[in-house]
Write a protein that binds this ligand. Sequence first.
Ligand code: TMP
Length: 254
Amino acid sequence: MTSKGQTTMNFGATENRLKKRTIKGGLLITFEGGEGVGKSTQAERLFRKLDSYGIDVVLAHEPGSSDLGNHVRRWIKRTNSPSPLSETLLFEAARAQLMFELIQPALGNGKIVILDRFIDSTIAYQGYARGGDIKTIQRLNTIATTGLIPKLTILLDADPELSLARVSNKPNLFDAANKNQGIRVDNESERRFEQAPLKFHKKVREGYLKMSKNDRRWCIIRADQAGHRIADAILKRVRRLLIKNGIAPELLQS
Ligand code: TMP
């Protein structure tokens, strides 16, 4: 496991000698939300849980999890000022590469793919928050993903006034020890989004809430509760989805 966005994690692949469970056509689960809501922690927690059940699962992060994606990530998170359109296209380029390198092959092999951010991030950030044309972004999303829509999107929702405090209160965010533990970290100079004004983050949140309204693909979970409660709520929802897709309930114990 390495630092933020650098690799796809595949824990336990070697030690688990049993054939891992797959689902025909694979299954895509995404995590969405504003800064500091705990998406990455929860995505990783879910990954570990499914892996412990013997399910064939991969975890990736956008932008990142490919060489191109990592370049885009580092560049775009610095204090550069790309135009809204070029920013959107960069995220879409990273996404298209991830589709090609990882998502399509993994789904083709029946794996569960967990993504920390996907198409909805671009609509929330470059659309609702930066004012980009939503229809154009949807079209670009469709091009980059060949129309792939997640089966389930977990939205971790919190008032940005709370969640941003969490980001800025992480004293050891840039600590080398974090890198060694596999915690995804960005350099201090690569926090352009986190440092955007509160108004921006409120628009991101409103965008997510609008998108998720009356759409059964979304599962909204309050992010201002204890981590284990959030994890339980996520697992409950994911279990239902897996059972619906042919995974035996006995496999999903504990
Ligand atoms: P994060 O991995 O720390 O969440 O950083 C990714 C940042 O990039 C985050 O601030 C959200 C932003 N982002 C967009 O603005 N549009 C996108 O399409 C994606 C994937 C991320």
